[in-house]
Design a protein around this ligand. Sequence first.
Ligand code: MG
Ligand code: ZN
Length: 223
Amino acid sequence: MTQIKVPVVRNILQANDRLAAENRRRFDDAGIFVINLMSSPGAGKTSLLEKTIEGLAGRLKMAVIEGDLQSSYDAERIQSKGVQAVQINTDGGCHLDGNMIQIAMESLDLRDVDLLIIENVGNLVCPAEFNLGEHDKVMILSVTEGDDKPLKYPLMFQLSTVLLVNKIDLLPYIDCDVSKIHERARRLNGRQEIFDVSCRTGEGLESWLSWLEGKVLEVKGGR
Ligand code: MG
Ligand code: ZN
């Protein structure tokens, strides 16, 4: 059975990579910097998006694709901030793929957009395996999830350009050693940027916003 199974999985990933490459060409042609934002459920993806929209108001034009198992609750939260947002419901599917992004893009006006953030389905496993056409993968780990997560979900840490360690305002109340998160993440990915942040208090978010601005300039400069 495994002789059949392995090539099938590989074909799915190859087909997805072709679609992701098409998406990437469209993003590059339009001069849009694109992020694939991943985390486990409840780590703070939508909260980070809200804070990012507030922080970048007047600095960058943003659009958002919201991936969720069900409901349009998160896309409504984003739209209420005055940003274009489209919802993808995966109907139980545990990750987004390149095809879903192609369909979602048809509902967005990408003229004048500088930054597109795609919020993936909350899951630390397979979202890392499916490229969407993004320039960078960014992951959030909240300190309430524990400092052992880099050991258990190494692929996501290996592939993410940025690690946001969120909810640091809760550190006095929990047993989590942030230095262990840093050390373990660095061992998996020595080039990863790590920002310790609190979406609740706003601590550390300016470094994240500056990183985004720098990347947008890079993409625009490379056109
Ligand atoms: Mg969300
Ligand atoms: Zn999945």
